[in-house]
Write a new protein. Structure first.
Ligand code: FEO
Ligand code: CA
Ligand code: CA
Ligand code: CA
Length: 742
């Protein structure tokens, strides 16, 4: 979702909460570090090296030098797509983008075609809204899982949220829906059902990709689906609810944003902006006796009196509505008679077997609880633990890594009972949080009771490791983790194992911060500047950046790393000394990176944007990149003038500036959308991309007049009935049948 300030038409939008006011250190005080990081980095070849490279069609770089892997075929040979405000999907000449699967499309033979006029029903059997992260699960001609399949597959798709303005999901209802409380159950039921995940079969027939309406693989997972709590928090007192007095289950998954795919072939979905779906009474702190649950609720952005985003709790006495009110209303000591603990059941990485509806869906609590985006595996090495990298997308939040207790056995992929393999690798392990140093080094700090900073943390008394998993943010506060500019997706470069994170933007960076939520720039988040959007000044780090990490000794289990800033988002015309630090050209400039996926086929790094800063000039976009490696650039000092005189000097590590051959805009989306989620056929000849919330900035008051919609996509691309804009999956192919991006 866009940050609230991106949405001037929407008076009450606050989907990303902003509650990290801990006084963790920043690095502006560490200015004299003079370590030569390039010197440190020379001599260390990527841990995952050459074995991966053969499969990528690229040649390995030698250990100890800074050469970038040389592609065997020319990548990024296409002509860059110009920035655009047109209500269309633009791709390079020689490529075709086709709409494949949109909000409301039926997933069962008995479900009628989508009329797209607000009268449709049966959303439990239709594509959900706000398509987000997505993964590809190949199927052979026999309908069995097939890693090499290129013409038949399942797409697992996140449906993050819905387009709303005043409580209602207004494109979903005939008259825009009810904008006051109480909300009618009939509207709420539709809105709940369009959240979650879908699995849909797709096939290529006579050269054309289509989704199959009547496939027996098609399914929906919604906020009402029964889901197991797995890992350390299973059965914990903090998960006891009226629905699950044993704390072993919860209902559904919510705000599914980034994704991951396990080495054993299951789908991982991250729960992101769930906080604001719950409400608390204005006197709940007292009702709870001001116990530690209040500390937890505040840290996750749910102060007492907080109103819910859609008012779902108001639709009736039925449990499925009551659960959204997390006030303590019952008399029990343990919470088994109300939903005071219900929010502790959201905020996880959730594992789904896309191939098998009969398998349990599991929330993997060992991977921590926060506003999850993607879950990206380090390159698996036989006999070594697995690493899963993750980000917490809110202003000033953290970057995390999970390291499995079990060591990788390649015989576990592919697996027959894939969820049992998930139990093996994802239910036991160590959770770490990242701390960045100004000299280009950093640490992964373990979140464990054995750390005195956690066991002795004054602000919150952790009971056990489950408590750390459920309250990861508080544990990360306790160890002084580095507050980042909204960590979105992360992705691992298959060529060398380096880990890339998008940091989408942060309106709270200031050279001279005031209040508890503003922060000074630091080494890993070094920019604080003003960007004009028309006549509106946007402050902080409006355009975002990408940080990358190279693990130190121990690879997946490493507790130290080196890092640099791979790219800074910026307008090409911005000051190259302080803002456009990557010297982006007009063919490369972008703002607010979010989705991030390395192509297994070509090695291309796809960067997708969810922007509200540069949208006076261009719609959101996707770029193709061929990155180098950590340390290929140079150290840089940024000198900021202070209002009352004097300066703030911030030292950072800037990656080598891209060239026209290493970064190029590939796609621009329709109006009001974000571009998010990408997967591909194993031959790299088709990629699937999601267009989320086109027309999001339409005013609810204009629902009756399609000419006032800010987007009519995809109907204006010839897809489906009605003119209401719809989130959708597109498939991109090359007209000559070649690999995408080469
Ligand atoms: Fe759902 Fe942080 O993007
Ligand atoms: Ca987003
Ligand atoms: Ca601007
Ligand atoms: Ca995202």
């Amino acid at each position: 979702m866009n940050k609230p300030s991106d949405l001037p038409l929407h008076a009450v939008r606050s989907h990303e909460e902003d509650s990290n006011t801990t006084p963790n250190p920043t690095f502006d005080t560490i200015l004299q570090a003079r370590l030569s990081r390039r010197g440190l980095l020379r001599g260390g070849v990527g841990t995952f090296g050459t074995a991966m490279l053969g499969g990528l069609g690229v040649s390995a770089c030698g250990g100890g030098d800074d050469k970038v892997a040389a592609p065997a075929e020319k990548l990024l040979a296409f002509a860059a797509v110009p920035k655009s405000l047109a209500d269309t999907v633009a791709v390079p000449a020689g490529y075709t983008a086709t709409v494949l699967y949109a909000l409301g499309d039926p997933l069962a033979a008995a479900t009628p075609a989508f009329k797209n006029d607000g009268t449709d029903a049966d959303f439990e059997n239709r594509a959900g809204d706000h398509h987000d992260g997505m993964e590809f699960f190949g199927l052979g001609a026999d309908g069995k899982p097939s890693a090499g399949a290129t013409e038949r597959a399942l797409l697992a798709v996140n449906h993050e949220a819905t387009t709303d303005e005043k409580l209602s999901s207004f494109f979903l209802h005939a008259n825009g829906g009810t904008t006051t409380l109480p909300r009618p159950a009939s509207e709420v039921d539709k809105e709940v059902a369009i959240h979650g995940v879908s699995v849909v079969e797709i096939r290529k027939t006579a050269g054309k990709w289509e989704y199959l309406k009547d496939s027996s693989f098609n399914r929906r997972v919604t906020p009402l689906t029964d889901i197991e709590i797995s890992g350390p928090a299973r059965g914990n007192a903090l998960l006891v609810t009226r629905y699950s007095p044993t704390g072993t289950k919860t209902r559904g998954t919510l705000n599914n944003c980034g994704t991951g795919k396990t080495p054993w072939g299951t789908y991982l979905t991250g729960e992101e902006n769930w906080v604001n779906y719950f409400t608390r009474s204005a006197t709940d702190d007292t009702a709870r006796g001001n116990d530690k649950s209040v500390t937890s609720l505040k840290r996750y952005g749910r102060a007492q009196g907080g109103a819910s985003r859609h008012g779902w709790e108001s639709a009736g006495a039925d449990d499925k509505y009551a659960r959204w009110n997390i006030s303590k209303t019952g008399a029990s000591a343990d919470g088994s008679d109300d939903y005071r603990n219900e929010m502790n059941g959201m905020g996880y990485i959730v594992e789904i077997d896309a191939y098998d509806k009969a398998r349990a869906i599991k929330k993997r609590t060992a991977l921590g609880r926060f506003a999850h985006e993607s879950a990206s595996f380090g390159v698996p090495v036989s006999g070594q633990p697995l690493a899963v990298y993750m980000g917490d997308d809110a202003r000033n939040e953290y970057m995390y890594k999970f390291v499995s207790t079990a060591t990788w056995n390649p015989a576990d992929a592919p697996a027959a009972d894939r969820v049992a393999i998930g139990d093996k690798y994802l239910d036991s392990g160590k959770l770490f949080v990242a701390k960045f140093n100004a000299d280009g080094t950093g640490q992964w700090v373990e979140l464990a009771l054995s750390n005195a900073a956690i066991s002795g943390y004054a602000a919150y008394a952790f009971a056990d490791h489950a408590d750390i998993c459920i309250n990861s943010r508080l544990a990360a506060d306790a160890v002084g983790a580095t507050k980042m500019d909204r960590p979105e997706w992360c992705a691992v470069n298959p060529a060398n194992g380096e880990i890339y994170y998008t940091l989408t933007n942060n309106s709270n960076r200031r050279v001279e911060p005031s209040g508890s939520s503003q922060l000074a720039p630091d080494a890993a988040n070094p920019r604080a500047y003003t960007d004009m959007k028309g006549t509106t000044a946007q402050q902080g780090n409006p355009n975002g950046h990408l940080v990358r990490i190279k693990e130190g000794t121990g690879a997946a289990a490493a507790t130290s790393f080196t890092w640099d800033v791979y790219l800074f988002g910026a307008e090409s015309g911005a000051d190259k000394g302080m803002v456009n630090l990557s010297a982006l050209t007009a063919d490369q400039d972008f703002s607010s990176p979010d989705g991030l996926v390395f192509s297994p086929s070509t090695g291309i790094c796809w960067i997708q944007t969810d922007d509200g800063a540069y949208t006076d000039v261009t719609n959101c976009m996707m770029l193709a990149a061929v990155p180098g490696q950590v340390g290929d650039g140079a150290k840089k000092s940024l000198t900021y003038n202070k209002a009352a005189g004097g300066t703030l000097v911030v030292e950072t590590q800037v990656g080598k500036a891209p060239t026209a051959d290493t970064l190029k805009r590939f796609l621009v989306g329709p109006s009001g959308c974000e571009i998010t989620g990408l997967c591909e056929t194993p031959d790299g000849k088709a990629i699937f991309v999601n267009i989320q919330h086109p027309g999001e900035n339409t005013s609810q008051a204009n629902l009756a007049d399609p000419t006032k919609y800010t987007s009519q996509w995809p109907s204006n691309a010839g897809y489906g009935a009605g003119k209401r804009p719809r989130s959708a999956t597109i498939v991109i192919t090359r007209n000559d049948g070649g690999r995408i991006g080469s």
